[in-house]
Write a protein that binds this ligand. Sequence first.
Ligand code: SF4
Length: 257
Amino acid sequence: MRFLGTRPLLSATDLMRFTGCAHSSRLDLARARGEDGPEPGAGSADAALLQAKGDAHEAAHLAKIKARGAQVIEIARGDLQADADATRAALAQGADVVFQGAFLSGRWGGWSDFLERVERPSALGAFSYEVADTKLKGSAQPKHVLQLVLYSDLLAEVQGLAPDFAHVELGTGERVTLRLDEYRHYARAARARLEAFVADPPPTRPIPCADCALCRWSDHCAGVWQAEDSLFNVANITRTQVKKLEAAGIATLADLA
Ligand code: SF4
């Protein structure tokens, strides 16, 4: 999350983080605003390994596309506005694939993985594009859908046509195709929730979830749980159990004891 002047600029990563843990978005927002607060961690070794594997999967897919003789235009990642302009120009040329195409519109922007030409007429000409992302997972996840719909909506603004489909190149080598009409409402509602959150952030608190292991705020949150003598320090306790205990006036480990 960052600001362009006074305007927040949101990305697919921001959206995926928000759907996993609103507290991480609150911390990201405070940092982007330059407010006093905790510093994010450098990231765990697991996160770095996952990133490296993801990059390798993406590079292997790019090599596969090139090996079959497709014309690929690569956008060298730098300034987002300049890259978005370069992407518009690349799409207008009608290349088979645009790699790392960038988008910037209103509050949303970022770099996609692959934009693939399809022979469906649009404002670009007798062709248009669909989004394809590489993901290490063995199946398409809800978070992937959020990202694919975001880029597809931004792509629609450029080509004057909403793509029908988007694709995930999985770590298993399988390609999953999603019919975007089935996911647009869900993904746009999630974007609207994040926009509202950023405009008027409600109080949040750290609650352990599946994202904690790879979260850059994990050291900070662990410190909060420790300092608060939090019930979340109880091994395997659920958030529902904590909620019930807190409602009964038991808010700390000391209370519980
Ligand atoms: S460590 Fe967990 S609770 Fe804390 S911000 Fe990250 S995901 Fe949320």
